[in-house]
Unconditional design. Structure first.
Length: 121
């Protein structure tokens, strides 16, 4: 399965790279996942976005990744949210609420076609 993680459109390249490095350092968040930092793959309102791309296997834990990203968010003063995107569905986390973590897990569940957290921003 493939999906992407990015910061909201107001985040800097440095913040996106810092999130990537945080995930890289968290063995639980990246277990059974190949991750890559991509700059300039997509555009939003004329601005280039930095994206962290994931390819995961069956042992991957979406909840661990969501918790790791929520932890990272708590250390940042300027980041408004982390956006998880799979296909055309997205979930944005702004804290570590159980609802947000569950929405990310639902979005990233193998075979998922809908998301309870779609548009959660």
């Amino acid at each position: 399965m493939r999906f992407s993680v990015m910061l909201d459109e107001n985040a800097s390249t440095e913040s996106a790279l810092a999130l990537y490095q945080w995930i890289e350092a968290d063995a639980d968040a990246r277990k059974d996942a190949a991750i890559a930092f991509a700059s300039g793959d997509q555009e939003s309102m004329g601005e280039i976005l930095e994206i962290i791309n994931f390819v995961v296997s069956t042992g991957f834990s979406a909840s661990s990744l969501a918790l790791s990203c929520a932890s990272w968010l708590s250390t940042q003063s300027d980041a408004a949210g982390v956006v998880f995107q799979r296909g055309d569905m997205t979930v944005t986390i702004k804290d570590a609420s159980a609802e947000e973590i569950r929405a990310v897990a639902d979005l990233l569940s193998e075979g998922s076609t809908t998301s309870s957290g779609e548009g959660n921003d």
